[in-house]
Design a protein around this ligand. Structure first.
Ligand code: NAP
Length: 544
């Protein structure tokens, strides 16, 4: 790499104008936009194919929890017209086919370097560029580095003694192999009952000889109510795309479900129950995202809804003791991510399925034969770890990212997690993040499209003015971070331990809730702020 200081944004001495890390939903669209805007760009991807989350999470039963058509790209009318979804909630193989189709249609493959694991990224002040170091020792230089790492892409195994001693097969849901895994006739253990565990358990229960589920904290699950989409229905969906995406951009979380403006106690008890029965029978996240406006913020309203959901569990499970084990007692409905299920609760009525309550009999270790709890040893052929991810910051921690001061980002964030709009970090010039910390939750593809377009506009702004360096001002970072923390106040979810509040008991240092780990405001308030920064000429950012 040349050591001269270039005068313009575009510098042919650098390998690229922009390097994107990750070929998931964010990275693919980012590459598309960068190319449209005339940048020399590439994606570095550690996997051997595109898809990100949907490339790695091939576990049995993996599928969308949001309606397929609302959780895919919206940027291309041609793509919307061409692609037909076969189910309201598509399965992982179909989602992966879709993302491969997108990459092929827009000729993205030629600029994606697969099996390229980025191990280090160092900002070079003199050249105003990033030097990106790959696992094979080679380097790539780029003016701008964009992370499109995904928020749940660093799987974590439990800290259990003897975990490497197991002599059977073991898999993490987030690192599922491409080669088929057979469960027929096997004794299988699943550890973890979050969204991944629930999808796996309900899928494999009928295939295995015996399934033992090791549960620490139960989650409130709601019916997915999935069904096939036929040609007529798909045509109807296509005809309504415009209206549907308009609803997504007007709803709090970007979903097709909007909160009901009524308060829980503004209607009679009978009306309440009837409304909840309807939601329980409708698709997907409706009961979570389309409920009364106060159920996720008012403890009394939340308690009323939680009681309704607890009774549903009791009605669906034959053994009352098992039902009680599956009813969360330490958090209310919707205050952690709600796993969506298809006959999940009925799974526990099967004679070949056992539920182990780890609160009563904690895991003591993994032996060559299986799982040891305080009450005994469970001999199994296969262990499935559905134990989650080092969320949001974990995928950054994996890479040794060093900014202008030479300080590692991991170190920076261990004491002080602040960004500007979840897109930039002070002292890390020319590093832009899609879905960084302090970012929006909710409907990710909708958020991703917005952020990618915002970042692309920022880069066009820089290129057209020959600005080579960008970082946020300290005051802008402080104002944004204070706003994020203020928005963390009302939602009950922020008072509960989960990956959404930065907790992962298997990762050292992730045992305390982080106020403002994610942005708790609405999609609209986030976009309003970002739009005003762009319209105001990015005054919150320092350029040179
Ligand atoms: P998760 O929600 O973090 O669940 C991890 C599970 O493993 C929890 O039940 C946890 O128990 C348990 N666990 C972790 N460490 C353990 C240990 N040492 N001993 C015993 N149990 C342990 O992870 P996930 O299910 O992979 O889901 C993560 C997120 O991915 C979801 O919330 C969702 O946002 C996303 N996801 C989406 C979809 C979809 O859209 N279709 C599907 C799957 C996942 P505790 O609760 O007690 O910690």
């Amino acid at each position: 790499m040349s050591t001269r200081t270039s005068e313009s944004f575009i510098d042919s001495n650098l390998d690229y104008d922009v390097v994107v890390i990750g070929a998931g939903i964010s990275g693919l669209y980012q590459l598309y936009c960068l190319r449209e805007a005339g940048f020399r760009a590439c994606i570095l991807e550690r996997g051997t194919g595109v898809g990100g989350t949907w490339y790695w999470n091939r576990y049995p039963g993996a599928r969308f929890d949001s309606e397929s058509y609302s959780y895919a790209y919206s940027f291309s009318e041609e793509l919307l017209e061409e692609w037909n979804w076969s189910e309201h909630f598509a399965s992982q193989p179909e989602i992966l086919r879709y993302l491969e189709y997108v990459a092929d249609k827009f000729n993205l493959f030629k600029d994606i370097r697969f099996s390229c694991e980025v191990t280090k990224a160092q900002y070079m002040e003199e050249e105003t560029c990033w030097q990106v170091i790959l696992a094979d020792g080679s380097t790539v230089s780029t003016r701008i580095l964009i992370t499109a790492l995904g928020i749940l892409s660093e799987p974590t195994f439990p800290n259990i003694e003897g975990i490497n001693s197991f002599s059977g097969e073991s898999f993490h849901t987030g690192l599922w192999p491409k080669t088929p895994v057979t469960f027929e006739g096997k004794n299988v253990a699943v550890i973890g009952t979050g969204a991944s565990g629930v999808q796996t358990i309900q899928e494999i229960a009928a295939q295995v000889r015996n399934l033992t589920v090791f549960q620490r904290r139960p989650n409130w699950c709601a019916p997915l109510n999935n069904s096939d989409i036929d040609v007529d229905e798909m045509n109807e969906i296509k005809a309504n795309y415009k209206d549907m995406f308009a609803i997504c951009s007007e709803s709090h979380g970007g979903f097709i479900w909007t909160l009901d403006p009524r308060g829980t106690f503004e209607v009679t008890a009978a009306e309440r129950v009837s409304f909840w029965e309807d939601l329980y029978a409708s698709r997907g996240m409706s009961i979570w995202q389309g409920n009364f406006r106060d159920v996720l913020s008012d403890p009394m309203a939340n308690k009323e809804l939680s009681d309704f959901m607890a009774n549903k569990i009791r009605q669906r499970i034959h053994d009352p003791e098992i039902a009680e084990l599956l009813i969360p007692k330490d958090h209310g409905f919707g205050t952690r991510r709600v796993p969506l299920e298809t006959k999940y609760y009925e799974t526990y009525n099967r004679p070949n399925v056992d539920l182990i309550d780890l609160n009563r009999s904690p895991i003591r270790g993994i032996s060559p034969k299986g799982v040891i709890t305080s009450e005994g040893e469970y001999n199994v052929d296969t262990i499935v770890y559905a134990t989650g991810f080092n969320a949001i910051t974990g995928s950054f921690d994996r890479i040794d990212i060093r900014g202008a001061s030479g300080r590692a980002l991991k170190e920076e964030w261990s004491s002080h997690l602040e960004t500007f709009l979840s897109v930039q970090v002070p002292n890390y010039p020319n590093l832009l993040m899609i879905n960084g910390p302090q970012g929006l939750g909710g409907n990710h593809p909708r958020n991703i499209e917005y952020s990618v377009e915002w970042v692309t506009s920022l880069l066009e702004h820089m290129k057209s003015r020959d600005l080579r360096r960008v970082e946020p001002s300290i005051s802008a970072v402080q104002t944004w971070s204070e706003h994020v923390r203020a928005k963390s106040g009302s939602a009950l979810a922020n008072k509960i331990d989960s990956w959404m509040t930065g907790i992962n008991t298997n990762v050292p240092g992730k045992d305390k809730r982080v106020v403002g780990f994610r942005y708790g405001g609405s999609v609209q308030s986030y976009r309003l702020l970002c739009d005003s920064v762009a319209k105001g000429g990015y005054k919150e950012m320092i350029f040179s």
